[in-house]
Design a protein around this ligand. Sequence first.
Ligand code: CA2
Length: 150
Amino acid sequence: MDQISILAIHGPNLNLLGIREPQTYGSTTLAQVNESLQQEAQRLQVGLSCLQSNHEGALVDAIHQAQGKHQGIIINAGAYTHTSVAIRDALAGVAIPTVEVHLSNIYRREEFRHHSYIAAIAIGQISGFGANSYLLGLQALVTHLKSQGN
Ligand code: CA2
């Protein structure tokens, strides 16, 4: 059987991770997040590709291009979580099992962060564990995919 391949998508401003606002988002950089995701993917014996964009359309394009290449998606859509019907529709359209992750606990923050357009079309959501949210998300996604016979 072919190896499972996962796409990790980081949305707007997450390129600033570890550089700005460490009190909210921690001191781990995006490169370090991706490095620990790669290590965890190796341990779980799955492939992993990572991308970051500040542009909604580029994120939609990346989701479309995942078809036929990746069996699962981990996404931190950043602020687009709370605004983007386009990203939700793209994820629903490709029907690739998706886990939504957030560094911060979005339910402990401002009211406008409490609603996610992605949550209802995701397998599940992990929010509030800092950089570890991504690793927990990867573990949950891979466990789900394996349980579905991937
Ligand atoms: O907690 C999360 O992971 C968020 O998705 C992060 C988004 C925010 O809009 C969501 O409500 C929750 C913001 C990402 C911005 O990341 C920065 C990192 C460092 C400095 C400034 C922004």
